[in-house]
Design a protein around this ligand. Sequence first.
Ligand code: MN
Length: 230
Amino acid sequence: MSLFDLPPLPEVPVLGETEGYPVRRIFCVGRNYADHAREMGHEPDLEAPFYFTKSPLAICHSGATIPYAPGTADLHHEMELVVALGAPAFRATREEAEAAIYAYACGLDMTRRDRQQDGKDKRRPWDLGKDFEDSAVIAPLTKASEVAPLGPQRLTLAVNGTLRQDATLDLLLHDVPAVIQHLSGYYHLAPGDLIYTGTPAGVGAVVEGDVLRGEIEGLTPLDLTIGPAE
Ligand code: MN
């Protein structure tokens, strides 16, 4: 018994399944494409990936109209490949990391860029910049067994029909198994864990009324509309 009931964890639809994928944790990789690292003023770090996290309560489903986020005047899109784990991984080998991959999806790591910059300037955490309601947008998952080996697939994001981000997945500095393997040195990864794998160059601001469309070849596209601020 609890003092009060909480709503269930958010679930992401899976193509070909009637039941959803419950979200336990959300990990996000920072600066995982060289051209995005450079546009943010950093040289790419090939040594090891780094991370920030979002609460499962940040999940927002593709097709939604979200309010322009409170507490920012510079809400940005970051189009990303999302990986969903389907098996435990702890101190995994590369092979074990690959075997833990369950599915992929198109995702948007929505970012309060001004609040993230505050954090950088003041050497404070990024939470206000990254972990907020509707900041982890996700389209339905496609099982990895139904996706061609990752590499040549094109990832794009268009705002009101104008292309803003355009890259291929082989440009990831740390590929998906490498990220899982590295992250598994710090966490007991498990089914329900999502990893947003980072964004390529071309991030930018959105405003009320914008219609976003994110695509990765072989996956279900993502749609998002920016509504008025609350
Ligand atoms: Mn990101």
